[in-house]
Design a protein around this ligand. Structure first.
Ligand code: PEP
Ligand code: MG
Length: 768
């Protein structure tokens, strides 16, 4: 890059990109500034109480660094601090305030320019340049050095803070050794919080365990046992249906109602009794009947009907569990404080848990953006994923503590560890009280820029949480959730009821996304089995291939929009042609409703999710066709970096700060500005305080996130200046790698909201 073409901002970005510590930063500053200004000398002096210390220089003697100090009453540098203004002197040695420090050997330099480094009204130090040749610095040069100093001051403060943090961490006493009988398992921190309880394997109670085939002597006894098991299953299914309906909504309860219907199905009962008549004991008879039932279903061509077999198996498991005396509930009464352990858990498994009793979840596989984790977060349940083969690591009933903030599980914790985690839990509680006080305050930066904070929801529980947290809009309503908790595809009328209910309860704008199944989101009754599901038949691709599913959904959304402020969002669009097809279906849905004389909103705003990197290349054509774009970073990042968002082996490569990601976000926002259309962001990073200043700086003004993240994000928004965020974003854009961007973001956030990162800092005990 030609030297003369460098702008101030480019200098700053380059400096930041190359520096990892305060010392490196200052060294970079003096070299680049001297180069840019064409001076023989550039130095930085930092103020330590009332003493100025030379911290970096090019041109003066290297040994003078750290050893030369002066009071603010001494020398021209001191004068810059006293005056708080730029001081430019053509012939420094003849100035009355000139003071010569022999260690610097600066007698050769005649012209001097010094500007104060100031941050939020405080003077940090002085940036000076000197030339051998006498003669004053020009007005342009003074202006430029002032501009550079103005931008650098904040960066220096951040670097100082970071150095301090690293120093404090280095000074901390070594963590107490974890006693040998305490086992510590590390995984991925997926949902924050700390929970203690006894291990309960979901696999033990929730799955159809092996049944050994046995003959029975007396069929009458077996029939009596079966009757008891049916009654017990009926009672617990009724209880579960009621509980789920009360805690969530009727839609969620409906899945268990289907199980009740199966239990009462005459054919099913008859089949079991026939098996008993043939001399099998009751558990064997149930198993054989289920097998026949399942095989019959498997022969049916219709995939929906075929998948009803899963429900039959589920009911069969429950019956057998009662027959052989196993606990049937995931959290039995005598394990009130349970930590659920499972190799994997689907969103439907999660909904079946009694959330009040679940103190934590440990998963062998999964990722922080998996939908089960997203659900758990909205219930405030800590989750650690990616821990490993569960059966080898945990024992049913054993005491464990789950630290979802750090991704650590302690088995048989000592009193010391327990106390440390209690302290942390109390800290988290204080934080949550602190955040609660922000609920009704505006999400506005210190320099007065409003930011819209929305919630991503899927079930009524999320809507309630969004209201509690003061979300302004529902920026993403994931319809697949309400599909997933049902026994089959909802009809148009059923969907309409759910959408109306959601919108009327929330009372403000709701952006409803059309069905986004496939990838990691399976419907129990609509399995998609593919070698490469994230690159396969998912999302809008399914909708376009299945008008029988897509069209009723579009009609239901259009009808809900007649009464409520609703918008439609198409997921995973990759080409304008694909979007045209989706829009044609929307037109068809409008015509259908018009013909039927049903009320609908013909003007409903339409948007697409930007999740496929290839779509960025055709973004202008997409903007031509829609009203808004919502960036789905969860998928966009996985596709940009070729990293499966649910695969723990590559979780470390899932990097929101990769230059490709940051650059792509900028490209999308700029395209939105050029088109005069709205751009929002609804991936998980919108709810991560660390990334918020960067997103604001890149130009995102609408962020939609998990409801539970809204207040922490609002705290960040209210603590930053947009102008600073913009400089930060520029620096990240110029950064060659994510490590330096991460460092800048951490320093920025630590200064703006010191408490935010405290919860993530590994404690003494945890860092063992
Ligand atoms: C995304 O991909 O960022 C997104 C919000 O969609 P989902 O997580 O539902 O795939
Ligand atoms: Mg997505």
């Amino acid at each position: 890059m030609a030297r003369e073409k460098l702008t101030t901002l480019e200098i700053i970005s380059e400096i930041i990109a190359r520096s990892h510590t305060l010392r490196e930063l200052l060294d970079q500053i003096v070299h680049l500034v001297a180069d840019r200004m064409g001076t023989e000398v550039c130095s930085v002096y930092l103020l330590e109480v009332d003493l100025l210390r030379l911290k970096a220089t090019v041109g003066l003697e290297a040994e003078a660094v750290e050893s030369v100090t002066m009071t603010v009453e001494e020398g021209l540098t001191g004068l810059v601090v006293e005056e708080g203004e730029a001081i430019a002197v053509g012939d420094a040695p003849s100035h009355p305030r000139y003071k010569y420090f022999p260690e610097t050997r600066e007698e050769r330099y005649r012209s001097f320019l010094g500007v104060p480094l100031q941050h939020r009204g405080d003077t940090l130090g002085v940036l000076t340049v000197q030339r051998i040749e006498a003669g004053p610095f020009g007005q342009d040069e003074i202006k430029m050095l002032k501009a550079i100093a103005g931008q650098l001051s904040g960066v220096i403060v951040h670097a100082q803070l970071l150095d301090q943090i690293h120093l404090e961490q280095a000074e901390k006493p070594p963590p107490p050794a974890v006693p040998l009988d305490v086992m510590v398992h590390r995984g991925i921190p997926a949902a924050v919080g700390i929970g203690a309880g006894k291990v309960h394997f979901l696999g033990v109670a929730g799955r159809f365990g092996p049944v050994r085939e046995r003959r029975a002597a007396d069929p009458n006894l077996e029939r009596a046992d079966l009757q008891e098991a049916v009654e017990a299953s009926f009672l617990d299914l009724t209880h579960i249906e009621k509980m789920v309906t009360q805690r969530l909504s009727e839609a969620e309860g409906a899945i268990f109602h289907t199980h009740l219907l199966i239990l009462q199905d005459q054919w099913f009962r008859q089949r079991i009794e026939d098996e008993i008549d043939q001399g099998w004991d009751a558990p064997t008879a149930v198993r054989r009947a289920v097998q026949i039932y399942v095989e019959n279903f498997r022969d049916i061509n219709d995939p929906y009907l075929r998948e009803r077999a899963v429900d039959v198996e589920d009911v069969g498991r429950r019956l057998v569990a009662h027959l052989v005396g196993e606990e049937t509930e995931p959290v039995p009464e005598d394990l009130p404080e349970a930590v659920i352990v499972a190799d994997a858990m689907t969103p439907s498994d999660f909904i079946g848990l009694d959330k009040a009793l679940v103190k934590g979840i440990i998963l062998g596989a999964g990722h922080t953006t998996s939908h089960t984790v997203i659900l758990a977060k909205s219930f405030g349940i800590p989750v650690v994923t990616g821990v490993g083969p569960m059966k080898d690591l945990f024992v049913e009933g054993e005491e464990v503590i789950v630290d979802g903030s750090h991704g650590i599980v302690y088995c048989r914790p000592t009193e010391e560890i327990r106390q440390e985690l209690e302290r942390r839990k109390a800290w988290l509680q204080d934080r949550s009280d602190q955040l609660a006080s922000l609920r009704d305050l505006p999400a506005e930066t210190l320099d007065g820029h409003a930011v819209c904070l929305g919630a991503n929801v899927g079930l009524m529980h999320g809507v309630e949480e969004a209201l509690r947290q003061g979300a302004e809009i529902i920026g993403l309503y994931r319809t697949e959730y309400s599909f997933a908790i049902r026994p089959d595809f909802p009809t148009e009328e059923e969907q309409l009821e759910v959408y109306r209910h959601t919108c009327s309860r929330f009372g403000r704008q709701v952006t409803i996304r059309t069905l986004d199944v496939g990838g990691d989101k399976a419907l129990p009754y609509f399995p998609i089995e593919e070698v490469n599901p994230f690159l396969g038949w998912r999302s809008i691709r399914v909708s376009l291939d299945r008008p029988d599913l897509f069209d009723p959904q579009l009609r239901a959304i259009l009808r809900a929009a007649a009464d409520y402020p609703v918008r439609i969002l198409f997921p995973m669009i990759s080409t304008p042609g694909e979007l045209d097809q989706a829009l044609a279906h929307l037109d068809g849905a409008r015509e259908h409703l018009k013909r039927e004389g049903l009320p609908y909103d013909p003007e409903v705003p339409v948007g697409v999710m930007l999740e496929v990197p290839g779509a960025v290349a055709v973004i202008e054509a997409l903007f031509d066709r829609v009203d808004f774009i919502s960036i789905g970073t969860n998928d966009l990042i996985q596709y940009l970096l070729a990293v499966d968002r649910g695969n723990r082996k590559v979780a470390n490569l899932y990097d929101p700060l990769h230059p490709a990601v940051v650059g792509t976000l900028q490209r999308i926002v700029q395209a939105g500005e050029a088109a005069g259309k709205e751009v929002s962001l609804c991936g998980e990073i919108a709810g991560e305080p660390l990334y918020v200043p960067l997103l604001l700086g890149l130009g995102c003004r609408i962020l939609s996130m998990l409801p539970s993240a809204v207040l922490a994000v609002k705290e960040v928004v209210r603590a930053v200046r947009l102008a600073d965020c913009q400089a930060l974003a520029q620096a990240c854009l110029a950064s060659p790698d994510s490590a330096s961007s991460l460092q800048m973001l951490e320093a920025f956030l630590t200064e703006a909201v010191p408490d935010v990162l405290e919860g993530r800092t590994p404690s003494d005990v945890l860092s063992s």
